[in-house]
Ligand binder design. Sequence first.
Ligand code: FAD
Length: 391
Amino acid sequence: MSDLPKDFNSLLLNVQKTAMEIAAIHAPDVDENARFPIETIAALKSSKALSAPIPKELGGLGCTLKQLAQLCSTISAACGSSGMVLAMHYIKLACIVRHAHEDVFFKHYLQEIVEHQYLLASITSEVGTYGDTRSSICALERKEGRFILNKQATTGSYCAHADAILVTCRRDSEALSSEQILVLVKPADTRLTQTTSWDTMGMRGTCSPGFNLEAEGCEEQVLPDSFAEIAAQTMVPYSHILWSALWWGIANGAVHKAATFVRTQARKTPGTMPPSATRLAEANVQLQSVKNNWQTLASEFDEISALSDAREKLQDLGWALKMNNLKISTSDQAPQIVHKALQILGLQGYKNDSKYSLSREYRDALSGSLMISNDRIAGKSAALLMIYKDA
Ligand SMILES: Cc1cc2nc3c(=O)[nH]c(=O)nc-3n(C[C@H](O)[C@H](O)[C@H](O)COP(=O)(O)OP(=O)(O)OC[C@H]3O[C@@H](n4cnc5c(N)ncnc54)[C@H](O)[C@@H]3O)c2cc1C
């Protein structure tokens, strides 16, 4: 793209164009062949969307979380897998921006991301820790300024296509399972051996099999803050808000198809409202309430982040509960909204070869409640509610 965006609004226009003209066109093939959405990610790179969260003084656009959420929802309305890749990249990039951008190594690395539009992936999952991201078995082995890190990951999205992976592990071999750090590993110093397949119902284009990771590097690649701080202040809020926005985007895409169908029906019978129009109105109610939920919390996060005591506020139990509630409610509601859109479309939505098909949207939306299990999150909320009293 010739005109590089100078601000969020021009970036959003570029991303909307990418969604309509590239992501939507390739989404069926990405889904059918469970392949990485190379075309969409290449287009996002060429419009410099991958460096949107990086501060302006380092060459990025300094986008807020609410703005990033808008970008993810725009892409996911056309291709859920592409939206998820963008969201996961932003989550990892935010960890660096918010916890290491004053560090000499990472400051320089952020400038490299702006220049080369590197794509960042994430490995928090591990064989033996189940879905608990806040515990690790593997540990960093340090020697003379360098490290070795070996990890058996159950799931690693688009790792084979990433320019770097951020990996959780114990601080050292003496540390407790919860004493974690986050380490940047680069492809040139990393061997990935695929251990499982990724032939899933949905989110097929995220290409997320299991891997044995064997990496080495310099100690400066370790983020300075503990993962406990990074998770509470950045990774959890970014994940739950960006994921919510993208699950909403998938549902929005489905309702858009249903609305187009109902309007076409209405034009065929002037003066008579199609019976499915009332269902469309119902789907619209739920769509608006989910959108309000993620947008409100994204704005709240951006407001808190500007405060001098942001770190304390983001460690607050009440904030953690809000994030858990958001994740559970949006991942529950997105497939319900797609289901409502399917009832409106009937067989036209059920057929795989119809232009109104909701097969991909339905299957993609189902991943939300599993992506960090809602039961696991509800269990954590239940424990928090035993001690937290809302003022
Ligand atoms: C599309 C997608 C992309 C992903 N990408 C990545 C990635 O890039 N990197 C990465 O590291 N990981 C990734 N993951 C994995 C993710 O981080 C989690 O590890 C994974 O979703 C957890 O899977 P699980 O259901 O096997 O584990 P668990 O959370 O252990 O759940 C297993 C079962 O136990 C139940 N359960 C768990 N805890 C409780 C509880 N407290 N109370 C009651 N029941 C409970 C659950 O309901 C579920 O039935 C991805 C997952 C998805 C779906």
